[in-house]
Design a protein around this ligand. Structure first.
Ligand SMILES: Nc1nc2c(c(=O)[nH]1)N[C@H]1C(S)=C(S)[C@@H](COP(=O)(O)OP(=O)(O)OC[C@H]3O[C@@H](n4cnc5c(=O)[nH]c(N)nc54)[C@H](O)[C@@H]3O)O[C@H]1N2
Ligand SMILES: Nc1nc2c(c(=O)[nH]1)N[C@H]1C(S)=C(S)[C@@H](COP(=O)(O)OP(=O)(O)OC[C@H]3O[C@@H](n4cnc5c(=O)[nH]c(N)nc54)[C@H](O)[C@@H]3O)O[C@H]1N2
Ligand SMILES: [Mo]
Length: 787
């Protein structure tokens, strides 16, 4: 395709041995290389110097917190954060011309990589019924069209308002306010596919769906578990924190099916010892667990603790804590004692000695933290697994005190904040009551649809309008073919986006692209220059302020290219402007909800947040302090907002997922060079994969058994009880150190394999880390030309 950007495709695949250490100098070089491919030296420097500084913008790369203002590094970002922000700050632009050149079908046939490389979206576009191209449309007409469609629906519940965790607090608060004033709780979000299992498990057991630890707790811990997480790629700044833990004498246990480089050794890219030295060994013990085996592992650890307490009563469990702050212990203990070692060894693939070694570390540690991410949440038994982690921590009182606690490591930079702001299809009644008290309308109380149920509703004709605020719905969700068919049944699909992605090419009868300002863009409204706020994974709320200045800024006006990069004033609206204007059009004048005032001055939004959302008192003043403020977590005051007022021990059963003979359990994960649904390059440096993404990592013994050889070309075929065959074509087999019986391949290319109905119990999260597949060899003999 045209567009001046080559699609690298899959032609140049090469595989070398995986790395055994992460970051260090090469990381900085890779980040700069990507940035300079997107924009100028000057703009790159300006962007990088403002990432994660108190007066700059929050890195959109992940939700890992920044150290306190005084302790922050001048370069408080990582390779992948730098790539991510360069991708937004790119000089490339998509104009109306581009859409004139390419039909929507052509865009639908392009790769995720190519679509993203075209640059920033610059003006609103519409696809009218029957058209095969997008064409330009003015903001007033675009929002008028969307408003008319919303008003024409038979019920507000036929509309879906999807958000991705990129959204800052202010637009998130306004979006949920708008949806509820309009009459629906249909607020599906990326969290449904991400940490929903964590939220479900933690709400039930601790009374709040968030982590309880701070960065200081991590530094202070005696033992940190890193479970189901690849921080070297997805949360690189976490490695600096773990390095600090280790320098202070703490230990780290990593649990993962893959020997991820960042778990093994870390070279700090911004410290001399990291650039030239050997770096710091991160994991003191690495457990190469079978996918889905974590529940069994924690059950075994809990059994060992109970038995140790039997042997040395009063020395192992924190009896006082258990008596004062928990309930359900006896029930839990009765079940835990039935844990069967044969089952544990089978489910985990570990040896008893390995588990006993972890147990010894646990006994030697007063302060323990468990960190986890998608390796736990995206399994059928993700919720019980996380509940079992809570059991483990409760046994020795590792909740609510310094250096100890739960640490679900969030992905999107404001995914946690969006939930706090009410982006939740099942928000508690207290939140709805507060909205009613503040704005004088009665919000709907019926729960809304989450992401998976939204797809079902479109498929079944119960939802007819989809508005996506950030994100890439059709690539993030499971069962790509079925999901795309469902999206195409809508009367209207609309996306508020910074960059082009596949969701724009999967259109309802009418489709809209509504381009918006990004994190790095300066945002000037009638009330002057604005900032927004975000909440990180450790509940720190702080400002984010776009710094890429318009032409008047002296520093930038010297270089003409930079002026072009500044937000194109009348063409780009902020998310707040789009939402407030739309609300006015749909809901008319509502004296109790001053939408125009909200658009002009985001302080007025924060004043309302302060009155509706607990913990945000005096929001405007406190968030202006350098570094902002931390939301209180009741758990750290030994307050548990559960029905009993105590932390809850749970009993957790599960059946281990088994692949039938000739099949493997596939996990779908991220490469080092992608950001969720968007590949930035075709490489996965730490795993030794270069120049291609259609690879499937398989253990050599499985290759032998399946009669396959390294580098064979295969289709991945998933099998599910609905009898539908789901196929992802043309993957190269790569022999890799993954537990026998399991395999790994990248998301989103493999989402087509995840059945819509294959979801986690309770949280309804797609089981993206356990899909049963078979590998079908594809013949590579070139077809003989006819004639
Ligand atoms: N550069 C970059 N940064 C990102 C993102 C990105 O795409 N790129 N995405 C962001 C987002 S939204 C999120 S949610 C996070 C995701 O961060 P991660 O959760 O680290 O992301 P995944 O690549 O899905 O990696 C899952 C890890 O879990 C392991 N795993 C799989 N199954 C199991 C299991 O059964 N048990 C155990 N113990 N481990 C298992 C895998 O081998 C892999 O190491 O990263 C965020 N940060
Ligand atoms: N198979 C499989 N599927 C998965 C996962 C998995 O591990 N395996 N992981 C799941 C997880 S953890 C998540 S979080 C989801 C991610 O799902 P999403 O959050 O929906 O996807 P992203 O790729 O983050 O969205 C990228 C798009 O967001 C838009 N964007 C970026 N910045 C901004 C901004 O500032 N404002 C606006 N308005 N738009 C912006 C751009 O247009 C860009 O193309 O995917 C899930 N899907
Ligand atoms: Mo995520």
């Amino acid at each position: 395709m045209g567009g001046g950007i080559e699609d690298p495709g899959e032609e140049n695949l090469s595989v070398t041995a995986p790395k055994t250490w992460a970051t260090g100098a090469p990381a900085v070089a890779h980040a700069l290389q990507y940035a300079l491919g997107q924009t100028t030296v000057r703009r790159t420097a300006l962007t990088l110097l403002n990432i994660n500084q108190t007066k700059g913008f929050d890195c959109p790369g992940c939700a890992w917190p920044e150290p306190a203002p005084g302790k922050r590094h001048k370069n408080e970002y990582c390779e992948n954060g730098a790539k991510h922000i360069a991708d937004e700050a790119t000089s490339r632009r998509i104009t109306a011309d581009f859409f004139r050149q390419h039909t929507i079908a052509e865009l639908g046939a392009a790769s995720d990589y190519w679509l993203n490389q075209q640059g920033r979206l610059t003006e609103p576009m519409v696809k009218r019924p029957g058209a095969d191209h997008y064409e330009p449309i003015g903001w007033d007409e675009a929002l008028g069209l969307l408003a008319a469609e919303l008003r024409a629906l038979d019920s507000p519940d036929e509309a879906l308002f999807y958000t991705s965790g990129r959204l800052a607090n202010e637009p998130a608060f306004l979006l949920q306010l708008f949806a509820r004033a309009y009459g629906t709780n249909n607020l599906p979000d990326c969290s449904n596919m991400c940490h929903e299992s964590s939220g479900s498990a933690l709400n039930e057991t601790l009374g709040i769906g968030k982590g309880s630890v701070s960065l200081d707790d991590i530094y202070d811990a005696d033992l940190v578990f890193v479970v189901g997480q690849n921080p070297g790629t997805n949360h690189p700044r976490m490695l600096s924190a773990l390095e600090e833990t280790k320098l202070r004498g703490g230990k780290v246990v990593a649990v993962n099916p893959l020997p991820e480089a960042g778990l093994l050794r870390f070279k700090h890219p911004q410290k001399a010892r990291g650039v030239i030295g050997r770096g710091t060994a991160i994991a003191d013990q690495f457990l190469q667990i079978r996918p889905g085996g974590d529940l069994a592992l924690f059950q075994a650890l809990n059994l060992l603790l109970l038995e140790a307490e039997d042997e040395r009563p009063g020395t192992v469990l924190d009896r006082e804590f258990i008596a004062a702050h928990t309930n359900g212990f006896d029930d839990f203990a009765a079940q835990a004692r039935k844990t069967d070692w044969a089952d544990v060894l089978d489910a985990t693939g570990l040896s008893r000695e390995e588990i006993e070694e972890v147990h010894a570390r646990v006994l030697g540690s007063k302060k323990i933290i468990v960190c986890w991410a998608m390796g736990l949440t995206q399994h059928k038994h993700g919720v019980p697994t996380i509940r079992e982690v809570v059991n483990f921590l409760l046994l020795r009182g590792n909740i609510g005190r310094p250096g100890a606690g739960v640490c679900p490591v969030r992905g999107h930079s404001n995914v946690q904040g969006d939930r706090t702001m009410g982006i939740w299809e099942r928000v508690p009644q207290a939140f709805l009551d507060a909205l009613e008290g503040e704005f004088g309308f009665t919000p709907p109380t019926r729960h809304g649809l989450d992401s998976v149920d939204s797809i079902r509703a479109m498929r079944d004709g119960r939802a007819k309008l989809f508005l996506g605020v950030a994100g890439n719905f059709v690539r993030a969700t499971p069962d790509s073919d079925a999901t795309e068919r469902a999206m195409r049944t809508c009367r209207l699909t609309a996306h508020i986006s910074t960059k082009l992605n596949r969701s724009h090419a999967v259109c309802g009868e009418t489709a809209l692209i509504l381009p918006t300002l990004g994190r790095s863009d300066r945002d000037v409204q009638a009330g002057g220059e604005q900032f927004m706020t975000v909440e990180d994974s450790m509940s720190e709320v702080h400002t984010t302020r776009g710094r890429l200045a318009p032409a008047s800024d002296r520093l930038l006006s010297e270089v003409s290219i930079i002026t072009r990069l500044a937000p194109a004033s009348d063409r780009l609206l902020s998310e707040v402007s789009i939402i407030t204007r739309l609300a006015r059009l749909v809901l008319g004048d509502q004296p109790a909800i001053p939408w125009a005032e909200f658009e002009a001055d985001y302080d007025t939004v924060r004043d309302r947040i302060a009155r509706v959302v607990p913990g945000f008192d005096d929001f405007n003043t406190r968030v202006r302090q350098p570094g902002g403020f931390r939301l209180p977590n009741p758990v750290n005051r030994m307050t548990f907002n559960t029905p009993s007022g105590k932390a809850v021990f749970t009993r957790n059963d599960f059946t281990m997922l088994r692949a039938p003979k000739g099949h493997l359990i596939l996990q779908t994960l991220r490469s080092h060079d992608q950001w969720n649904t968007i590949p930035y390059a075709m490489d996965d440096r730490y795993r030794g994969i270069k120049g291609g993404r259609r690879v499937v990592l398989v253990h050599p013994s499985d290759l032998r058994e399946l009669g396959l050889a390294d580098h064979d070309l295969v289709d991945l075929v998933s099998v599910w009880q609905d009898g539908v065959e789901r196929r992802a074509e043309a993957f190269r087999v790569v022999a890799y150190s993954t537990p026998p019986g399991s395999a790994a391949a990248y998301y989103p290319e493999t989402n087509v394999l995840v059945p819509l109905d294959s979801v986690a119990d309770i949280s309804n999260t797609p089981t993206s880390k356990s899909v049963v597949v078979r590998l079908e060899r594809v013949s590579e003999v070139a077809p003989v030309p006819a004639g």
